[in-house]
Ligand binder design. Structure first.
Ligand code: NAP
Length: 337
């Protein structure tokens, strides 16, 4: 019997990492995840996988490491000998990158360079996926954006992702490495971090409906994003590494919705008039908002046959219902379904 393919994930404890780990385990992979040392050992998004004795310690393993620690990452590679690497780790909040620009750039930009250098030195062939972002386009010169649109980041996060994205294509061209950029537009899910606007809205709608919160304060309600579902987007990552040739792909729905649309849809799930509960606050707006970010995902659709399956109303409904269920289980504070 041939041994299962081996995948190494950075950022396995994050939203995307947890869905991708489930997908790869379902496909029969042996999955290795890099986790940071934290004071709290409960890794809520992957706890259900870690608690499964059929998986943990056999087809799922976790390794302590940090993007800043190249020696340890190199040791993990030597031990695991991965065939596929999904690099998802890093500070992922655009707004926060204005507050912690140096660590954001260190993790997102230099962390990717460190990994590319390690991949370059591997004896076995390694396929590398890099979690790029629509934020590389920032104040985009055209809309919708394609793989050919010029980068014009509008935040420290966008700058760091643009650097990492360009490095990935330089390493592909210079060393013939199988390295792909997935240029992903915003994607959400019930596992989205709590300081992201979509989760903040979903959570508030559920808490207001259950009488646990009185109001919701938001920044610019007219801000628009191309929002997809994380489960669909991790499938796109996997598909990129199964194609015979490495390339860069936009992953997007091609539709935009405003924060106001999200609020309306979320409060509709709990049947409440959102205008009575939502307040706009200038203090929550970003120093600079990106331009109209909407992706044209024709290349990935035509080349790999990928397309999003979840609609915007389905996404919002799933997020609000997950929050309601968490409150009803009495576990809202620490919950990740
Ligand atoms: P997320 O939920 O914030 O997860 C980030 C992951 O990175 C977590 O596992 C985190 O570990 C880990 N991490 C952060 N800094 C690290 C470090 N120094 N060393 C090791 N691990 C570190 O993000 P996500 O939504 O899953 O996104 C995954 C990737 O896609 C990110 O690179 C993000 O920038 C990119 N991306 C996301 C979107 C989106 O809409 N979600 C769109 C485009 C691109 P802890 O659990 O210990 O914090």
């Amino acid at each position: 019997m041939s041994s299962p393919p081996v995948a190494l994930l950075t950022g396995i404890t994050g939203q995307d990492g947890s869905y991708l780990a489930e997908l790869l385990l379902d496909k029969g992979y042996s999955v290795h995840g890099v986790v940071r040392r934290t004071s709290n050992v409960v890794r809520s998004r992957i706890e259900h996988l870690r608690a499964d004795p059929q998986l943990y310690g056999s087809r799922l393993s976790l390794h302590y490491g940090d993007l800043s620690d190249g020696t340890t990452l190199r040791r993990i590679f030597a031990e695991v000998r991965p065939a596929e690497v999904y690099h998802l780790a890093g500070q992922s909040h655009v707004g926060l990158s204005f507050e912690i620009p140096e660590s954001t750039c260190e993790e997102v930009a230099m962390g990717t360079l460190r990994l590319l250098e390690i991949v370059r030195d591997q004896e076995q062939p390694v396929k590398f996926y890099h979690a790029s972002s629509a934020e590389i386009f920032g104040r985009a010169s055209e809309s919708p954006q394609t793989e050919k649109t010029k980068t014009a980041p509008a935040s420290p996060y966008g700058c760091a992702k643009a650097f990492a994205t360009q490095l990935v294509s330089v390493y592909r061209q210079s060393y013939g490495m199988f390295a792909c950029n997935g240029i992903l537009y915003n994607h959400e899910s019930p596992r989205r971090g709590q300081n992201f606007v979509t989760q903040k809205i979903a959570r508030a709608a559920a808490r207001i409906a259950r009488g646990l919160q009185q109001e919701l304060e938001l920044g610019d309600l007219e801000s628009r994003r191309d929002w997809g579902h994380a489960r669909d987007y991790v499938l796109a990552m996997w598909m990129m590494l199964q194609h015979p040739e490495a390339d860069d792909y936009i992953v997007a729905t091609g539709e935009t919705h405003s924060v106001r649309d999200f609020v309306e849809a979320a409060f509709a799930v709990v049947d409440l008039p959102w205008e009575q509960y939502v307040r706009q606050s200038a203090a929550l707006s970003r120093p600079t908002e990106p331009g109209r970010l909407v992706g044209q995902a024709m290349k990935i659709r035509d080349t790999l046959g990928w397309q999003p399956s979840a609609s915007f109303p389905q996404l919002v409904q799933e997020m609000v219902e997950a929050e309601l269920a968490a409150i009803d289980r009495g576990a809202a504070a620490t919950h990740h379904p």
